[in-house]
Design a protein around this ligand. Structure first.
Ligand SMILES: [Zn+2]
Length: 96
């Protein structure tokens, strides 16, 4: 009886792990960068083709994106792809 309960728990746990694995596997919505703008806190936001915004901050030494500081750097990232978590979550389009 005790063993059965353990097996039940193990099975449930294994299923949970499998679904989290699938969740992460599907979190790969590649969206192209179509433009940039500054938000109200003066942080750069990449405008993705799906009309979702994604912060592309340059906060050394934690986040290093020196290219975001210059216009030519930003232009060089146009049409690059980012994973869009908002698409995965089915969030409505952003306004900018
Ligand atoms: Zn999106």
């Amino acid at each position: 009886m005790r063993l059965n309960r353990h097996n039940y728990f193990f099975k449930k746990h294994a299923t949970l792990n499998q679904s989290s694995f699938n969740y992460f596997k599907d979190t790969n919505m590649k969206r192209k960068i179509k433009g940039f703008h500054l938000d109200e806190e003066n942080d750069w936001v990449a405008e993705l083709e799906c009309h979702h915004g994604q912060h592309v901050r340059h906060q050394p030494p934690f986040i290093n994106r020196p290219w975001v500081i210059s216009k030519s750097g930003r232009n060089s990232k146009l049409d690059h792809e980012l994973n869009c978590l908002k698409c995965d979550l089915g969030e409505p389009k952003d306004d900018w």
